[in-house]
Ligand binder design. Structure first.
Ligand code: ATP
Length: 201
């Protein structure tokens, strides 16, 4: 067994309950890296990323507040696959380096740490992890939860789902499954997995 913390991914479709599950792990003392939140922060604050954004999108990419205009970026890359690829090539390595630095600061002190990311398989970043946990719930329940949480309509949630691999495929590619369909206690499932991962998986 490696003397360093296992790198464990947490993924799942939109609204499956990834963040909810990670909050329970955190309450047990497990460090969690929220990749999507960090990507957003780096986009807003990292000088090298700002430089790269300007090269891809021109000065127009910055809004009146001086920060990258996420709506503008989304509208451009929706129409332009080449710019989307360039944006991914800019953001993914930056988040990857940020995650590795975060991990290095914790690897000697914990049996395992978590990396939460919606597109773990789609981005390929699962390859650098030791284990992956998939959080799953029926599609109808996921839609209902996101509609309630974000105040958006069902079609907006469905169009976000289209960019993700199917839940079945994510489950089959993962080492562990947490069912968040209301039938099994989420806390019990997390505690059982925590015991297992604390012993090295
Ligand atoms: P996203 O992919 O959009 O980031 P997520 O997978 O992180 O979503 P959460 O934000 O954890 O999902 O959960 C979606 C919503 O459903 C939240 O409002 C959360 O409070 C609620 N929720 C999650 N699990 C449960 C549950 N077991 N019972 C009731 N509500 C739940």
């Amino acid at each position: 067994m490696s003397k360093y913390a296992l790198k464990v991914g947490v993924t799942g479709g939109i609204g499956s309950g990834k963040t909810t599950v990670c909050r329970i792990f955190e309450s047990l003392g497990v460090p969690v890296y929220y990749a999507d939140d960090r990507a957003r922060t780096l986009l807003n604050t990292d000088a090298d990323i700002h430089c790269g954004l300007k090269a891809i999108f021109s000065e127009r990419v910055f809004g009146a507040d001086g920060r990258p205009d996420r709506k503008y970026i989304a509208s451009v890359v929706f129409e332009d696959k080449e710019k989307l690829a360039k944006l991914n090539d800019l953001i993914h390595p930056a988040v990857g380096a940020d995650w590795e630095a975060w991990y290095s600061n914790r690897k000697a002190d914990y049996p395992y740490v978590l990396k939460e990311a919606a597109l773990l398989f789609e981005s390929g970043s699962y390859r650098k992890l030791d284990r992956v946990i998939c959080v799953a719930a029926p599609e109808s329940l996921r839609i209902e939860r996101v509609v309630k949480r974000d105040g958006v309509d069902e079609s907006a949630v469905r169009s976000r789902m289209k960019n993700q691999l199917s839940q079945e495929l994510k489950i089959s590619l993962s080492h562990h499954l947490i069912k968040n369909d209301g039938t099994l206690s989420l806390i019990k499932q997390v505690v059982l997995l925590h015991r297992q991962l604390s012993k090295g998986g």
